[in-house]
Design a protein around this ligand. Structure first.
Ligand SMILES: Cc1cc2nc3c(=O)[nH]c(=O)nc-3n(C[C@H](O)[C@H](O)[C@H](O)COP(=O)(O)OP(=O)(O)OC[C@H]3O[C@@H](n4cnc5c(N)ncnc54)[C@H](O)[C@@H]3O)c2cc1C
Length: 465
């Protein structure tokens, strides 16, 4: 049944001291409301148990992100947008910045707070696994003073936590010792945005001399509380980084989690996905190790910080589609190279064909080095490298390619796109002739897939990996 607004009261004392005094005077009567993105959903559903709300939104004492020598102190009232836009959070705590970026939509990110996500205590809360692996500590405040609680001790059961009557979270403290760690995060939901996690992971690792010196893995949505996988970590710590570890780590996950069936997913699915995500993390660690340990390439760290238009411009030539570049820039900060590549592919596949065609137009024809006047110089240089083997082909193959290109364009209406890197002119000609047999629908999908591969390779070049 819908709630009647007349049954509720909202007071806004305006300072932390007066909020705490009110909560102390009338214990358990007042429910603090910050951004309201959880409480107002309950209200709208007629399920908000408290009738008396005290606003802590915009309280200066709960705002701000302070960067100290050894730690970052985040006001509990900081919104997801505050977290996303903060340079040090993006650079040193990409798992938290990443979780903030995929929590709800922009409106929700402008309103939802980190303190609210913690106290709402949903096992699916996106920022919670990140706080676990970053060794967060919470400063709790009441009219009687302050105390500090390790975040690992905060959640005590499904929706049960360590806050006592009259207490608020004032700040979330993160030690500044993870900037060099490899960071990995994934959220599995029913769609890309505005979806609660079916399973999510946040993980960190540090490699010294080819072995895993430090490792931290946390999962959301697989137990009544966000879960740190201590046993899996013990299994990995001290081991040499190698592909065989992935299945070993994945096999250890099932005994540690307690997933449930609910409206979003099933026990079986969650268990399988949790194990897969842990394996994926270890595989990514191996890939990062073989890429020379450059876990978050500097160019990516800088790009994460750039102004939106600049960030769009910087990556445009990796693909050629402005919609792709704009959407990718909007998804920043991206935790690492692997995430960048995954998000790039995800966005590309979701675009309509008009955007694919825009990207196709940024390429010269196969066998021709001249591009359109407006094509960026870097894109022209990349095309030349990609078609390196075609440039050295015999003239008769080149003219056969030129003729096949014309026939292709007459049939499909756009230039032939193929990921030419490493392919000879003869191989490309054979592919082109095969694809001439495609119908229009099949062909645009095949061309788009080739463009996705080209983009992946260009992104790697851009990142220097
Ligand atoms: C459309 C939509 C999409 C969403 N998508 C996601 C998502 O993808 N991932 C995700 O994790 N969440 C998601 N959420 C949930 C929500 O946005 C987050 O949990 C948010 O962080 C809650 O913060 P808030 O300030 O709005 O909390 P509020 O609703 O104001 O409060 C939530 C709870 O926290 C308590 N509280 C708030 N601040 C404090 C404090 N400083 N000290 C003590 N108690 C406090 C309140 O009393 C209340 O019990 C979504 C919500 C909506 C409406």
């Amino acid at each position: 049944m819908r709630a009647d607004p007349r049954d509720f009261q909202l007071v806004t004392p305006g300072t932390l001291e007066s909020v705490l005094a009110l909560m102390d005077r009338e214990p358990d009567r007042w429910t603090p409301i910050a951004g309201g993105t959880d409480l107002m959903v309950l209200y709208a559903a007629g399920q908000l148990p408290s009738r008396n709300l005290v606003s802590i939104w915009n309280l200066p004492e709960l705002g701000g992100i302070e960067v100290l020598r050894d730690e970052v102190s985040i006001g509990a009232g900081s919104t997801y947008s505050d977290l996303r836009q903060h340079e040090v959070i993006a650079r040193e705590f990409p798992l938290l910045a990443g979780a903030a970026a995929w929590t709800g939509g922009i409106a929700n990110q402008n309103r939802g707070t980190l303190g609210g996500n913690i106290v709402n205590a949903s096992p699916a809360g996106d920022s919670l696994p990140a706080l676990l692996v970053y060794e967060a500590a919470l400063v709790l405040v009441s009219a009687n003073g302050e105390r500090e609680v390790q975040y690992t001790q905060f959640h005590q059961g499904y929706k049960k936590h360590a806050l006592q009557s009259g207490e608020l979270i004032r700040t979330i403290k993160l030690p500044r010792k993870f900037a060099d760690h490899f960071a990995f995060a994934r959220k599995i939901g029913s769609r890309k945005a505005q979806a609660i996690s079916k399973v999510c992971i946040a993980a960190l690792a540090k490699i010294e001399n080819g072995a895993i010196e430090d490792v931290r893995i946390a999962l959301g949505s697989v137990a009544p509380v966000p879960l740190r996988l201590n046993l899996t970590e013990d299994l990995l710590r001290g081991r040499k980084v190698e592909a065989a570890l992935a299945s070993l780590a994945a096999a250890s996950v099932t005994q540690l989690i307690q997933p449930i069936d609910d409206i979003r997913s099933t026990t079986k699915y969650r268990a399988a996905v949790a194990a897969n995500l842990v394996a994926e993390f270890v595989e990514a660690l191996c890939a990062a190790q073989s890429a020379g340990g450059r876990f978050v390439p500097e160019v990516l760290a800088r790009w994460n910080q750039a102004a939106s238009a600049e960030a769009t411009g910087q990556i445009l030539s990796c693909c050629g589609s402005r919609a792709w570049a704009e959407q990718l820039a909007r998804r920043r900060p991206l935790a690492d190279a692997r995430t960048l590549l995954a998000v790039s592919g995800e966005i590309w596949r979701s675009l309509p064909p008009a955007d694919w065609l825009e990207a196709f137009r940024s390429h010269p024809r196969i066998g021709e080095s001249s591009a359109r006047a407006q094509t960026p110089a870097r894109s022209v240089a990349w095309s030349q490298q990609e078609q390196g083997r075609v440039a050295n082909a015999h003239d008769d193959i080149k003219s056969a390619l030129a003729e096949a290109n014309r026939a292709y364009e007459n049939k499909f209406g756009y230039i032939f796109i193929v990921c030419a890197t490493g392919k000879s002119a003869a191989e490309i000609l054979a592919i082109l002739r095969r694809r001439m047999q495609n119908d229009k629908e099949t062909e645009i999908r095949e061309a788009a897939e080739e463009q996705r591969l080209i983009t992946q390779l260009r992104l790697k070049k851009w990142l220097g990996i």
